[in-house]
Design a binder for this molecule. Structure first.
Ligand code: FAD
Length: 462
């Protein structure tokens, strides 16, 4: 990526302040340090961990990731000692004052507040899990999962002898990953979803395959069921009431979505976008010249629609953070965009998607078609070949690829990247159908499933 560093945004020996110390914030700080050794870089993090992998939390709960420390990519001490980044923990920022170019932060330890001046500011405040404001939601044993302390609390609850039945509210990817983790700990797990199907970020055909995999692994799935209340006794939650049904639960994980942390930005007068996240341009600039925003708190340019979107994902946060760090210290780097490319594991299935689903493309007014095929993960002659489903969504007239979804036991999570690459290159299904993809029996049939889907789709163009 080309970076032109003009170095005038922060004067010599000036100060960059970063609010939020996870993916976006630490990427911004690290990048800024690589480009500028002269400036003061301070990261203010309200929690007690920086640069942690929220994505691994379900695996930490299950014990697949054994040690808490494995969740931390780089600790605050290393940032301070080896990288010259003043990462301060337990320091929530309570106000941003753009006119005076300063932030006000508290220190949790001694309950004092302090002011800190900046020449440039990066907001990387992320997102928070949405809770369910229904009767009984204050009962013990009901959790959301966003941070390491959340996971620690869930692990503590799971150690209690009576905790045998879990309800996961929300059938999105975090809910399903958590359901798998809890089932892996031998809990009796029910997923309760308000929508008619799980994984609504995929089209219905794919959702059905995913649901079948959950049920095959002993997870009960209740759909069309909005949670009305929680019931409990002295030990905490005992039941989830949804769609008139009382479902037994000794522990409940609420995974009904996240919302961007924009309170600071809002009170500082920064513009927010339609999604509710901070409006940024592709250089991560906010509506204030000295303030940048990145990651889950900011909007993300979408490569398919060419419009701002809000698709909070880890790699996007790292990329945007890096760009914000570059530009905050005077460089010039532009965000290439997101297609919302994602992958997750649901028991024996790999599930992956990129771009728009057919449902969303139609809602957005695209004249689109789709092709869905079932193929195999390996050559038929080679042992262990498993079913692999590919769905491609494309513009009917031109064949431009709008999105792709894949589900199968293996070879899915990385195959989606070829579809993402095609989307980024603005390719049509006709063009994708003739790409030279690898073939060897252990990895693919001679015609890769993505090629088969693309040639089926190509027949429908025009
Ligand atoms: P965050 O990680 O939310 O970090 C923001 C930081 O800012 C936090 O540490 C917070 O404490 C701090 N902060 C907020 N307000 C203040 C304040 N006022 N003062 C000081 N500090 C403040 N993404 C994927 O791409 N793939 C996955 O497989 C995946 N799995 C996930 C699984 C789970 C269970 C979860 C919870 C998330 C998952 N994600 C995944 C999403 C991914 O973790 C996020 O997109 C990523 O963490 C966003 O990084 P961020 O730095 O923008 O925000």
């Amino acid at each position: 990526m080309e970076v032109t560093v003009a170095l005038q945004a922060i004067p010599e020996n000036g100060r960059l302040v970063v609010v939020g110390g996870d993916a976006a914030g630490m990427s911004a700080a690290s990048r800024a340090r690589r480009l500028r050794s002269d400036i003061d870089i301070v990261v203010l993090e309200r929690g007690y961990d920086v640069s942690y992998s929220a994505c691994s939390l379900p695996y930490y709960i299950q014990g697949v990731v054994e040690h808490r420390d494995d969740l931390i990519a780089v600790g605050a001490d290393e940032f301070r000692d080896a990288r010259g980044i003043d990462a301060r923990l337990g320091t929530p920022v309570v106000a941003v004052e753009p006119r005076g170019r300063r932030v006000v932060y508290a220190t949790i330890e001694d309950e004092t507040t302090h002011e800190l001046a900046y020449d440039a500011l990066v907001l990387a405040t992320g997102a928070s899990a949405v809770s369910l404001p229904v009767p009984g939601s204050e009962l013990d044993g009901i959790f959301t999962l966003r941070t390491i302390p959340d996971a620690d609390e869930i692990k503590l609850r799971l150690k209690q002898d009576h905790v045998l039945r879990a309800v996961v509210v929300g059938g999105g990817y975090i809910g399903l990953e958590t359901a798998e983790a809890l089932a892996g700990l031998d809990l009796d797990v029910t997923v309760v979803e308000m929508a008619p199907r799980v994984m609504t970020t995929y089209d219905e055909e794919l959702s059905e395959i995913i649901r079948a995999e959950l049920e095959r692994n002993g997870v009960s799935v209740v759909t069309n069921a909005a949670v009305e209340s929680f019931e409990g006794d002295a030990r905490g939650v005992t039941h989830v009431v949804a769609a008139g049904e009382r479902i037994e639960a000794d522990v409940v994980i609420v995974g009904v979505g996240v919302r961007p942390n924009v309170e600071l930005a809002g009170t500082a007068g920064l513009e927010l976008g339609e999604s509710g996240a901070i409006r940024v341009d592709r250089h991560q600039r906010t509506s204030d010249d000295h303030i940048f925003a990145a990651g889950d708190c900011a909007e993300h340019y979408h490569v398919v629609t060419g419009a701002p979107a809000w698709i909070p994902l880890g790699q996007t946060a790292n990329k945007q953070g890096r760009i914000a760090g570059t530009n905050a210290v005077g460089g010039s780097e532009r965000f290439g965009g997101t297609a919302g490319t994602n992958a997750s594991k649901v028991f024996g299935l790999e599930v992956a998607g990129t771009g728009l689903t057919e449902t969303v493309a139609r809602q957005r007014g695209y004249d689109c078609s789709s092709a869905m095929i079932e193929s195999r993960s390996r050559s038929g002659a080679y042992p262990g070949a498993k079913p692999l489903f590919v769905k491609l969504v494309f513009e009917t007239g031109s064949g431009r690829i709008l999105g792709g979804q894949l589900v199968g036991a293996e070879g899915v999570a990385k195959r989606v990247d070829s579809v993402a690459t095609a989307i980024f290159a603005g390719m049509t299904v006709q063009e994708l159908a003739v790409v030279d993809m690898s073939y060897a029996p252990p990895f693919s049939p001679v015609w890769d499933p993505v090629l088969i889907a693309a040639s089926q789709a190509a027949k429908k163009v025009g």
